[in-house]
Structures are given as C-alpha cells and as structure tokens.
Design a protein around this ligand. Sequence first.
Ligand code: SF4
Ligand code: SF4
Length: 290
Amino acid sequence: MKNLKIAIASGKGGTGKTTIAVNLYHTLVKQNKQNILLVDCDVEEPNDALFFSDAEVIGETSITHLVPEINIEKCTFCRKCVEYCEYNAITVIPPVKYAEVATDLCHSCGACLYACDFDAITEKPFEIGKMIRYQTQNGAGLTEGRLNVGLAFQTPVIRHVKKVTKNHDGIIIYDAPPGTSCSVVSTIADVDFVILGTEPTPFGLHDLKLAVEVVRNLEKSFGIVINKAHLGDDKIYKYLEEKEIPLLVEIPFQREIAEKYAESQILSNVVDGYEDYYLQMIDNMFKLLN
Ligand code: SF4
Ligand code: SF4
C-alpha cells in the first residue's frame, strides 16, 4: 500500500471533524489496511482517544522547548535583552536587581541570548505539552499531541508530533484543530489530501469558505463531507457546484448518530448503514487522488 497523508479539517468546531477522523481510521483498518495511524493534532482539546475504549497507553513523552534563564550573578541589569524581546517575556528592574523570564510567554526565539553582552543568559528546557501514544485493538494506533493548559504553543506541539510520526509506513490520518489558524496550516501543509467537514448552515458555509481558501492557497487536493445533510438550506450545495469543489459524501442527520456520538462510540460499529458513508468517502477520495 502506498504511503499517504490525509488531514481532516473544518473551518469551525462542532462540524463532526473528530467523528470523521475516528470513523475513517476505523473503516480503513477494517478494510485490512492495518498500518493506518491516527494522529490527533487538535492539541488544545485532543479527544480522539475517547472513542477507543480498548486503547492502551504505550508511551508518553514530554514536549519541550528551550527558554532562557538569567543568571543574576552575571546580570548587569542593562535591559538590552528586554529591548530585543518581541514577546514582552522579560522583566528587568535595575533598582531592585530583578531579572526574570516569563516562560509561558517566551517563544524560544533566542534573541535575548544574542543580545546579552555579559554571558548572563543560558537556556533550559520548558515543557509545553505531551505526546501520548496509544495502541488500539487493530491498526497502527493513535498518537496524540496535548498542549499544556494555559499555553499558546499549539504549533510547536503539532510540529513535534508530526515530526515524530512523519515516517510512518502506511496511511496517516491527521485530525487538525478547528478553524483556519497557523496551527491548522502546519497540520495540513504536507498532506496529500484534505477532507473538510462542514454542515449545511449559514455559519457552516461561512467557515467552509475560509477553509477552502486556505486549502486552495496551499494547493492541496481536497473534498468535502457534509454532516447533518438536509438539515439546513441548499446554499452550500450551490457553492460547491459553483466553485467546482468535490463532494465526497453527505451524511444525513440522524438522532441515533448524535446519541451514539455523545456516548463516544465508533459510529460505524453501532449505527446501521453508517459505514457505507465512509466507504463512499474513501472511494471518492481515492478517485480524486488517482
Ligand atoms: S542583557 Fe544580559 S546583562 Fe543585560 S539585563 Fe539582560 S540578562 Fe542582564
Ligand atoms: S528567547 Fe526570545 S521570546 Fe524568549 S525571552 Fe528571549 S527574546 Fe524573548
């Protein structure tokens, strides 16, 4: 089987992105494609693992970046480092001989180290998140990036999990963060195909347009999955036709789907006929990739 990278993204949260990611994984694994790896890049709220009740944690590593540390013994409190820091992460108060780096604000750019003429700054590792690996009953498992609470280092955490998993031999499914920020761009930048999840509502269409712009700017092959189909209006269908955007599959709203999702169940296992939508999605995706 050819190596392939697929990202699941959406212009906004709540459009079934996680559902698509875990059910696509499940369906591909069921098709005897054992070397499928799911990577949860929704690092602020990773919840793919909740859908695998049998998943076992097989590894947890700390994700760090280097932050400066000021040696008060060597510091002359000249404040040059404060001027160089674009993130306002350094406070130096000469009269009271105070010099400190706010590690949660530091972007590890290294400018202050360059600025200091007194060799008063060294670097130390600072944990920004974790990478957790799970073994699932079948398939190559799940790798999750998890940002430490209160920090704004989504992209470095995503970059780390992508770097570690990029040489996986098989298919990788990346569950991207919602929205169109740089953390989404860093998730989808190197993939072969992007699946954009949306729903037929005015908000859904608005955010889909933004997501399509990002994906087209990155010149990615992509297709759309409409969740809760036929629940809203038909503007989304007109938009897809007008812009010649391929529709991979539409999944109608069913109360049973919403209920089983709320119970964190793999829907292909518990909702009759649900897997057929995924088989259609996979079929259409491979046609576009060929
Ligand atoms: S540049 Fe160096 S010496 Fe000056 S305040 Fe910063 S750490 Fe201290
Ligand atoms: S490494 Fe960069 S962001 Fe961090 S404190 Fe130094 S200058 Fe500021």
